[in-house]
Design a protein around this ligand. Structure first.
Ligand SMILES: Cc1cc2nc3c(=O)[nH]c(=O)nc-3n(C[C@H](O)[C@H](O)[C@H](O)COP(=O)(O)OP(=O)(O)OC[C@H]3O[C@@H](n4cnc5c(N)ncnc54)[C@H](O)[C@@H]3O)c2cc1C
Length: 429
């Protein structure tokens, strides 16, 4: 069975520990487990690291999560929209042209009708893919500006290979039909989602941490890896492993390896990432929560005049996350160099957009920075990953999780991948 060492007690590391029947040691650099799936308590509010809602395909995962937290998960029907030219358009944009002003609507319809018949392939440039799928108008008014804000990178380099589960793809006919009458189809992988009823998303990691606490060393950062002799160095001690399972960002893992082959360092240069800053705000209203956000879970902002790309309303997902007469928001900014110039004016912009009433009172406000947030899918990524993984696996190092695998994944996939690797490495069926 061997000696399995895990780096990181985020959701992936925790579930690796759970499925390996605790036959491993987990090193966690922070004092608490959970990684990006932690929740924060502040002045009676509970915030996540921006909205962390659980999208579940496999009902067995739902049952498992309910067993772990000891409560039923809330089932929520998504109510998301796009704020564009002062209008609230239901998500997804491409299936709701009905709500647009006449000029933009006609341009989008013409765009769909006049799409060029080009070959669609996985890693084609994202903008070409968008024009081929949805036409020039939808690309111009939503796909291009929104994705520019979200990815904060040169969109010419971004491929379409991340879009499969995330971007709803109505047929051309459905797009046109939905320009003339209200669409009733709930598109997307997140049209329904689940959420712990109390304590935020962090309830899952907290509950699992309590169960696994004997195998987790918190406040212990893995600093170095002697991959030739299968040793890690953490907290001034060294530990021998048979298998090393890393859930930290792949870039950090490679930097910790003692003298890795030059080609691996070369491949490292081909990995790039977008960072996110989330501003969590707890607000007491005077009369009522603003009309624009009533019952909404999140709103996308494609226009340049707003510096954030998305604002979510935690308190509409679960009212238990806020004190009475309050609502709570997460406001997301992205960056490719960890600088967020316009975020200081967040409240001004929220009021301008009608997301906050001018006379509401801010009760809590905190900032969460996520330097690793969205792995950039460019042409170089796939080859670099194949190369790095081949080297790592040959040396009994496995890199999993959203930033370990260097992918665009979510909680359910992280759990499934942790389970599969744990069963394999502990010889369970
Ligand atoms: C803005 C944003 C919104 C998201 N929304 C959702 C959502 O709504 N639903 C959803 O399913 N997913 C969402 N995700 C994705 C979700 O956050 C990830 O899939 C998940 O948190 C990945 O967990 P992980 O354990 O793989 O990585 P992480 O959460 O990054 O955990 C890695 C752990 O390793 C530890 N660590 C790092 N380096 C070391 C070291 N050297 N030594 C010891 N420990 C170390 C870290 O402290 C951390 O605890 C979102 C992500 C972002 C960025």
């Amino acid at each position: 069975m061997g000696n399995n060492i895990v780096i990181g007690a985020g959701i992936t590391g925790l579930f690796f520990g759970y499925f390996s029947k605790e036959s491993c040691i987990i090193f966690e650099k922070e004092t608490i487990a959970g990684g990006l799936c932690k929740s924060i308590k502040d002045s009676g509010f509970i915030f996540d690291y921006s909205g962390h809602f659980i999208h579940i395909k496999d009902q067995k995962i739902k049952k498992l999560l309910e067993k772990i937290i000891g409560k039923k998960l809330l089932k929520v029907k998504r109510n998301a929209s796009i704020y564009f030219e002062g209008i609230s358009i239901p998500f997804p944009f491409q299936a709701n042209l009905y709500y647009l002003n006449e000029k933009e609507k006609q341009e989008c319809i013409e765009g769909v009708k006049n799409r060029k018949n080009v070959k669609i392939y996985d890693d084609m440039p994202f903008i070409d893919w968008s024009k081929a799928m949805f036409g020039d108008g939808i690309t111009k008014y939503f796909m291009q500006p929104y994705n520019q804000k979200l990815w904060s990178c040169d969109l010419k380099k971004l491929t379409a290979s991340w879009t499969a589960p995330f971007v709803p793809k109505p047929t051309a006919q459905s797009i046109i039909d939905a320009a003339y009458r209200i669409n009733s189809i709930n598109y997307g992988y997140n049209s329904e989602f689940y959420y712990p009823p109390e304590n935020g998303c962090g309830d899952v990691a907290e509950s699992l941490f309590k169960k696994l606490k004997d195998i987790i060393l918190t406040d212990t950062k893995v600093e170095n890896i002697d991959w030739k002799n299968k040793m890690i160095y953490a907290g001034y001690k060294k530990y021998q492993y048979n298998n090393l399972i890393s859930t930290q960002p792949l870039i950090e893992l490679i930097k910790q390896l003692h003298n890795p082959p030059k080609q691996i360092l070369q491949s490292l240069k081909n990995l790039s990432v977008t960072s996110v800053r989330c501003i969590n705000i707890g607000i007491r209203y005077k009369k009522d929560i603003p009309e624009l956000i009533q019952n909404k879970h999140w709103i996308y902002f494609p226009e340049d005049k707003y510096p954030f790309y998305r604002v979510g309303i935690y308190s509409n997902v679960s009212p238990k996350l806020v004190p009475k007469k309050c609502y709570s928001l997460y406001v997301e900014f992205s960056s490719n160099n960890n600088s967020y110039e316009q975020c200081e004016d967040t409240v001004k912009y929220l009021k301008q957009a009608g997301i906050m009433n001018v006379d509401d009172e801010i009760v809590a406000l905190s900032v969460v920075d996520m330097p690793y947030a969205y792995v950039v899918f460019d042409k170089k990524r796939k080859k670099a990953l194949e190369h790095i993984n081949k080297f790592l696996n040959k040396n009994n190092i496995y890199t999993i999780g959203r930033y370990g695998a260097w992918e665009y994944s979510f909680i359910e996939k992280n759990i499934v991948d942790a389970k599969n690797l744990a069963l394999k490495l502990t010889n369970q069926k």
